[in-house]
Design a protein around this ligand. Structure first.
Ligand SMILES: *Cc1c(COP(=O)(O)O)cnc(C)c1O
Length: 400
């Protein structure tokens, strides 16, 4: 049986990336590796749409989240975070671990915060040093409009906007400089199409200034040390050489396709999955929807554990379940990274077969038809896409 991952990390890895990582190891101080790191640093700037440095850390995504707190803040500082799901909640847990005073904005899981809500919280907590957001909340499949929130915050306050972009970078439009973000982090096993083990953080000038006065403890994850090495296309410690070699290939693929097209592709795939699920008669969980992962309510009369077992064991498809109080209530289908139209048709077909096996009543083929219809509609707009791609390429040139 062919096994297929439809999980929001790890995500599938392109063959060319796997082959590059299978080559004999090289030394990280050799010119050959410096060249690779130079290309990686350039292409990360393109992916993040920034002229600021994008640091590569050796850890999973959470390491970059932790480093963002530790490098910007000082003991007793106040910082806002939004508890909109498992990952938003994590910002607060990291703050507590570091002795930062968290201001929790708790909203119903499956919803997203508005700029008004953040502004109101800032008004009540005027000494706040930073706002921590989650661009794509993977646990609920919900998207947050960080562009509007960052603009609203910076209009009134000279504070940092720090974003968990772990499943949004490479899936959603994200323009770090234009949107005035201060830090955005991601991880390698999500939109970047390589195995777990690397984390990334783009850092603005404001963030770099905050690092100068930050008094929280840090050593291995010191942004200042990482920035110093970054300027020479070097790393302070031994990097995960093999992963960086794979990353170089993955980033090249994104650059050749153009980041605008990659965003558009994720939008299309997510729309197709949503339309497919709705046509089967399934109810989507949460909104607005992330383009990286679709959360779906487990339908009445269907037991999640049975559903998951059939999908996995009979059809080879691994999806993700719900976390905490959403356990058994939702399932999540990821379309982040290396997926194409055929993958999505297959995933929705397997969903149909599984639901059919469980005697769920629906019109067989309705989901797959809705998926294909969505793709056909996008194909009809190809002329627009090629314009978007060209503009993307021009913007990429300008960023060089
Ligand atoms: C996966 C994920 C994380 C955690 O990343 P790790 O690589 O597992 O440390 C954090 N935030 C979001 C939104 C994620 O999807």
């Amino acid at each position: 049986m062919k096994k297929r991952l439809f999980t929001p990390g790890p995500t599938p890895i392109p063959e060319s990336v796997m082959l590059a990582m299978a080559e004999p190891i090289i030394h990280h101080r050799n010119p050959e590796f410096v060249e690779i790191l130079t290309s990686v640093n350039e292409n990360l700037k393109y992916l993040f749409q920034t002229k600021n440095p994008v640091l590569t850390l050796t850890s999973s995504g959470t390491g970059a989240m932790e480093a963002s707190v530790a490098n910007l803040l000082s003991p007793g500082d106040k910082a806002i975070f939004v508890n909109l799901g498992k990952f938003g909640e994590r910002w607060g847990q990291i703050m507590k671990a570091y002795g930062v005073e968290p201001v929790e904005v708790k909203i119903e899981w499956g919803t997203a915060p508005t700029a008004e809500l953040i502004l109101q919280t800032l008004k009540n907590n005027p000494t706040t040093k930073a706002v921590f957001l989650t661009h794509s909340e993977t646990s609920t499949g919900v998207f947050t409009d960080i562009k509007s929130i960052a603009a609203a915050v910076h209009e009134k306050y000279d504070i940092a906007v720090v974003v968990d972009g772990i499943t949004s970078v490479g899936a959603h439009e994200m323009r770090f400089d234009e949107w005035g973000l201060d830090v955005i982090v991601t991880g390698s096993q999500k939109g970047l199409m390589i195995p777990p083990g690397l984390a990334f953080a783009a850092v603005s000038e404001r963030a770099q200034k905050m690092m100068e006065t930050s008094k929280l403890p840090k050593y291995y994850f010191s942004f200042k040390k990482a920035l110093k090495s970054h300027a020479d296309n070097d790393t302070p410690y031994t990097p995960a050489i093999t992963l960086v070699i794979g990353l170089e290939k993955g980033l090249r693929m994104i650059r050749e396709e153009t980041v605008e097209h990659v965003w558009q592709h994720h939008k299309m795939l997510s729309e197709a999955v949503r339309n497919g699920c709705k046509a089967i008669g399934l109810e989507l969980f949460g909104s607005p929807a992330s383009h990286a992962v679709t959360a779906v309510n487990v339908p009445q009369g269907v037991e999640y554990s049975k559903f998951n077992k059939i999908l996995k064991q009979k059809y080879g498809i691994t999806t993700a379940g719900g976390q905490d109080h959403l356990k058994g209530k939702i399932f999540r289908v990821s379309h982040l990274g290396y997926y194409d139209e055929v993958d999505i048709v297959g995933a929705v077909a397997a969903l149909e077969w599984t639901l059919h096996d469980l005697n769920f009543k629906f019109e067989p083929g309705s989901g797959v038809t809705a998926v294909q219809k969505t793709f056909a509609e996008y194909a009809a707009k190809t002329a627009d896409e090629s314009t978007a791609s060209r503009q993307g390429r021009e913007k990429a040139e300008a960023l060089k």
